[in-house]
Write a protein that binds this ligand. Structure first.
Ligand code: 5GP
Length: 206
């Protein structure tokens, strides 16, 4: 008999420029039991982004309709645009017995914790302020305006780190991903998550 564990949600949050997107992609490659939750957003599509792959891009009207229909498990305004996770996205992955990875902000994490799902929160920190600014400036995906807005909000985002279960510093990308993999492995072994443990142990009675 194989001991199975209940699925859970893994939330990665960080200030912009800490490397969350790259980390998520690497994790997904390394662990096939994890699926990435694709969020909805009203933010305009960036160069190279693909609808339904990077985000589900919605108009403001479509987003508001989904809110009124209670389709989101969480939603929030981030940097002036709306972002949200559809309940259906999470439910579909759960049906496939996958753990679900979320690249969402602290507001979404708070809401997800209020849902009936088990949630593990990991906060990623950059190694230094200097490095964060360097990464923000060189990532070549934000407009100057957007970058300024993101930089001004770094302090506020970082202030939420105490709400998370784990904090990982992304100094070296490979190490950081390894640490997150270890966190996930340990979380899968939590006694409270092991479904058929009592049954399994019962078999040892002579
Ligand atoms: P970006 O526009 O750079 O892709 O994302 C901006 C911020 O929105 C990031 O901090 C990202 O984690 C957050 N975000 C992305 N999707 C969601 C979501 O579905 N819900 C919430 N609450 N935040 C999200």
């Amino acid at each position: 008999m194989v001991i199975k564990n209940t699925n859970f949600c893994i939330v990665l949050s960080s200030p912009s420029g800490a490397g969350k997107t790259t980390i998520s992609k690497m994790l997904l490659k390394k662990d096939k039991s994890i699926c990435l939750s694709i969020s909805c957003t009203t933010r305009p599509k960036r160069k190279g982004e693909v609808n339904n792959k990077d985000y589900i891009f919605l108009s403001d009207t479509q987003f508001n309709k989904a809110i009124s229909q209670k389709k989101f498990i969480e939603h929030a305004k981030v940097f002036g645009f709306k972002y949200g996770t559809l309940k259906l996205t999470v439910d579909n992955f759960y049906k496939k017995k996958k753990d679900v990875l979320f690249d969402i902000d602290w507001q979404g994490f708070q809401q997800l914790k209020q849902s009936n799902k088990e949630v593990v929160g990991i906060f990623i920190l950059p190694p230094s302020k200097k490095e964060l600014i360097k990464r923000l400036k060189t990532r070549d995906r934000d407009t100057k305006e957007e970058m300024k807005k993101r930089m001004s909000l770094v302090q506020n985002e970082i202030s939420h780190f105490p709400e998370y279960d784990y904090v990982v510093v992304n100094k070296n990308l490979e190490n950081c991903v390894e640490q997150i993999k270890n966190i996930i492995s340990s979380e899968r072994l939590k006694r409270s998550r092991l479904i058929n443990l009592t049954n399994f142990v019962g078999k040892f009675q002579i």
